[in-house]
Design a protein around this ligand. Structure first.
Ligand code: NAP
Ligand code: MG
Length: 452
């Protein structure tokens, strides 16, 4: 079976790729299982060298990978270059790990006690369509570095860069079957990662509903799981903030990648004393946001991923109180303009649900306590920002907002050196940073008796 892959900027077919069935998925998992013993026992320095070579080969193909993502996912060329570079950087970062996977020596009576961080075996990585390259890399780089073999399922809509990364791994001399791309449907390939006993961990990024079903399925075999799910992150602007800077940066914090970002700051909370002033600063920034052919280096935003997704996004705007709307091209492709909606209270559907499109909801708040209460009034807890010049407030609010990542006077969420992941129903476990590696290992304790 094959699936057509479309260009979301034009709606035309780019190519078609295989869609594997259950038997073919089982065969890939079996090959990964067989490749595991040699990969885990390879000298740490050799494994590190291969991962660095993989990073170098990705770097040599950066433009090609970026161009594929522009055409397959509608990402702007600027973003797509960053994304391919992120795969290279994350590979290099975790290439340092095989030689530093250091256990403990624990003082005990009668002998020597040491711990090892053992790889798990085959790791199954399930990737969504919104950031096909980085999300793949955040899974496979630490998984491979820790000595696991990997089967990776790209989203059906966006398989092209993952398939190319699989080829580049072989070009970099990563041994056959250590890193395999398994394209196909979530309900077939993804589900099999959950039910196949040889897959010892599932790393999933996507919707909260599917994430819950994966967690429930993994329970059956006590399979390890990392979940990166949805978000409804707040951007909190206090009256004492640099309002011009906060307004200038608010559009890209939600409209980047056409809002198809689990970290999108899609709820804007503005202190009521500066609410009108802030909206008057925000409006020109939204209207000026450049939505155009994503291959044009000037583009700040491209189309949505699919016709069906555009319909879902539009359903949040129908009947809502529209503050103002930016521009988008007409005609072919799944275009949607940046849209600002005025929420009438925290029960509005567009305020509560993850839209995953270029739609920002705005609500005023009274004081610090009110801001924290409104920000936390959600089942999600992934990311967020706050703007203030008061250092004490910045610290208090940072500690009080229940999310895995926060930025003060900026909108940064993802830095590969630092942990990324959600609280509450936004996820389980952390990716990136120094700790992610241990999520792909189990601790083994060994006691060696001294004898007499
Ligand atoms: P999704 O259904 O959760 O898909 C994510 C990945 O999981 C895809 O590779 C998908 O395969 C796979 N999958 C689907 N059902 C599965 C199952 N039963 N078992 C195993 N794997 C399965 O997400 P979506 O439909 O693409 O998007 C829906 C909404 O989810 C979005 O509108 C957004 O709100 C949210 N979302 C969040 C993130 C995030 O970064 N946290 C990313 C994407 C979407 P297919 O290729 O068959 O789809
Ligand atoms: Mg789905």
């Amino acid at each position: 079976m094959t699936t057509d892959v479309l260009n979301p900027s034009t709606g035309t077919v780019l190519t078609s790729v295989p869609s594997l069935d259950e038997g073919e998925t089982d065969a890939a998992i079996e090959r990964a299982r067989r490749a595991f013993p040699a990969w885990r026992s390879m000298a740490p320095g050799d494994r590190a060298r291969l991962l660095r070579r993989f990073a170098a080969v990705v770097d040599e193909h950066l433009e090609e990978l970026a161009d594929l993502e522009v055409r397959n996912a509608g990402h702007t060329i600027g973003n797509a270059r960053w994304e391919a570079g992120n795969v290279r950087d994350v590979l290099n970062y975790y290439a340092g790990a095989p030689e530093r996977l250091i256990g403990k020596q624990i003082p005990v009576a009668g002998g020597l006690d040491v711990t090892f961080h053992e790889p798990l075996g085959v790791v199954g990585i399930i990737v969504p369509w919104n950031f096909p390259m980085p999300i793949a890399g955040w899974g496979f780089a630490p998984a491979l570095a820790a000595g696991n073999t990997v089967v990776l399922k790209p989203a059906e809509l966006t398989p092209l860069t993952a398939i190319r990364l699989g080829e580049l791994a072989l070009e970099a001399a990563i041994p056959a079957d250590v890193f395999q791309i398994v394209p196909g449907k979530g309900s077939v390939v993804g589900r099999r990662f959950v039910t196949h006993p040889a897959v010892r961990k599932v790393c999933f990024t996507g919707s909260t509903d599917v994430g819950k079903s994966i967690m429930a399925g993994c329970a059956d075999q006590v399979k390890r799981v990392t979940l990166e799910l949805g978000g409804k992150s707040a951007n909190i602007v206090f009256a004492d903030a640099d309002l011009a800077k906060a307004a200038a940066s608010a559009p890209s914090a939600v409209f980047d990648n056409a809002g198809q970002d689990c970290c999108a700051r899609s709820r804007l909370l503005v202190q009521e004393s500066v609410y009108d002033k802030f909206l008057s600063l925000l409006e020109p920034a939204v209207r000026a946001f450049r939505v155009q052919d994503p291959a044009d280096p000037a583009a700040e935003m491209g189309p949505l991923i699919s016709a069906a997704h555009r319909q879902t996004v539009a359903s949040y705007v129908d009947g809502a109180d529209v503050g103002f709307v930016g521009n988008a091209p007409e005609g072919a492709g799944w275009w949607f303009p940046p849209t600002v909606l005025l929420a009438h209270g925290p029960d509005d559907r567009h305020w509560r649900e993850e839209v995953f499109g270029p739609v920002l909801s705005v609500l005023p708040f009274k004081d610090e306590e009110d801001a924290v209460r409104l920000a936390n009034d959600t089942e999600y807890g992934l990311s967020g920002s706050l703007w203030t010049r008061d250092l004490g407030r910045a610290l208090r609010v940072s500690r009080a907002v229940e999310t895995g990542a926060l930025s003060v006077n900026s909108h940064s969420s993802v830095r590969y050196w630092t942990p990324f992941g959600g609280m509450k129903q936004s996820g389980l476990g952390r990716e990136l940073g120094p700790d992610a590696l241990l999520g792909f290992t189990d601790v083994k304790n060994v006691f060696l008796a001294m004898g007499d």
